[in-house]
Design a protein around this ligand. Structure first.
Ligand code: ADP
Ligand code: MG
Length: 356
């Protein structure tokens, strides 16, 4: 098991696409690290470059103490799980799991023992003689995981491993995978385009955009203090409210309403300057009557989230969303007031977070 360190890692594909642009990143030994970003931002390229399946244009990949930038993939001792699992359709579960050991020329009996041991651990004991075509999506995924676990990898690299599972299986697999990683303590890089998955699973995470890492932090840090408006709008199950605002003395004017300056930006804003005011729908308290410092308007849409509702208010020219607990939700056409939490609201200047 090893830490992973990337130094100035750059990948330019033939034809000129700069998929990775001078990335620096350190993932400590044993960490579960999630890599999040929209399609095409370079996540797969980053994983493949760590694995050695793509050669870096410049920069380096260091595993533990060892610079592996020019080392063949097979000699890096990394295990990668792909989105489509890449199982061999003509081999049974035992042989699929044992395949990497066969490549390493481990004796047949020892391979079988190891495959059974790992298969048992992943709840595959009854399925060892089946072929992938005779397994459900969730079972195939476990076989792919088992294959990775059968090898002594220094790190696990996962490329959107849950994206082919249906919603419920996906939640189960998420918890399962997380528990497994905890038990094994193997450094893990987990690529996803699903922010909920990243927030739920990661010890730390990075948000990528167009070949760059925009923010690295714990899920709580990234959720509560997105460093720019791109990250702010990408993270969260309901998008953050990002509203044009003007600084007026010690408060802000937002679409005709007067709200408090975010605590994190106190003393850092200039009177009269234009900023973007950010507050998550979850960090609003909602009332039917006027409240000091609230954004007031007419309710246009009420969406049922299960145990709560997402209420959209038309405030002047802006739309503002607030999460309202079950039983207190309004109906469209009502007057409504959303009071932001000053300790959770944020200010963005030219797209970047204003904070000490
Ligand atoms: P992601 O996994 O985040 O969706 P990728 O790493 O697959 O992103 O792709 C990043 C960028 O590199 C995209 O613009 C993609 O079109 C480009 N790209 C990926 N693979 C190749 C390749 N083999 N040749 C040329 N361009 C590529
Ligand atoms: Mg990809």
């Amino acid at each position: 098991m090893s830490a992973i360190e990337l130094r100035g890692l750059t990948k330019v594909y033939p034809g000129g696409v700069r998929a990775l642009d001078a990335l620096d990143l350190v993932i400590p030994d044993g960490e579960f690290f999630a890599l999040l970003g929209p399609s095409g931002c370079g996540k797969t390229t980053l994983l493949r470059t760590i694995a050695g399946l793509e050669t870096a244009t410049s920069g380096s990949v260091v595993l533990g103490e060892r610079d592996v930038t020019n080392i063949q993939p097979g000699a890096r001792d990394l295990a990668m799980v792909f989105q489509d699992y890449a199982l061999f359709p003509h081999m049974d579960v035992t042989d699929n799991i044992a395949y990497p050991l066969r490549i390493k020329k481990v004796a047949k009996a020892a391979r079988g023992d190891k495959a059974r041991e790992v298969g048992e651990r992943l709840g595959l004991a009854q399925l060892m003689d089946r072929r992938p075509g005779q397994l459900s999506g969730g079972q195939q995924q476990r076989v792919a995981l088992a294959r990775v676990m059968a090898t002594q990898a220094r790190a696990f690299l996962f490329d959107e491993p849950l994206s082919n599972l249906d919603a419920r299986l996906r939640l189960e697999a998420r918890t399962f995978l997380k528990r497994l990683q905890r038990e094994l303590g193997v450094t893990t890089v987990f690529v996803t385009h699903d922010q909920a998955e990243a927030l739920a699973m990661a010890d730390r995470m990075a948000v990528m955009e167009a070949g760059h890492i925009r923010q690295v932090g714990t899920p709580a840090e990234v959720f509560q203090r997105p460093i720019n408006t791109f990250v702010a709008s990408f993270i969260g199950s309901t998008p953050m409210n990002l509203l044009d605002a003007v600084v007026r003395g010690d408060s802000l004017e937002v679409s005709g309403c007067k709200v408090a300056v975010p605590e994190s930006a106190a003393g850092l804003l200039t009177d009269g300057e234009k900023i973007v005011y950010g507050v998550r729908p979850e960090y609003m308290s909602y009332s039917a009557g006027p409240a000091e410092g609230a954004l007031g308007g007419k309710v246009s849409i009420v969406e049922n989230l299960g145990a709560s509702h997402l209420v959209t208010l038309e405030v002047g020219t802006a739309s503002v969303q607030a999460v309202v607990p079950e039983g207190r939700e309004p109906v469209p056409g009502d007057d409504g007031y959303a009071l932001p939490r000053a300790d959770r609201a944020l200010a963005y200047r030219d797209g970047d977070l204003v904070a000490a």
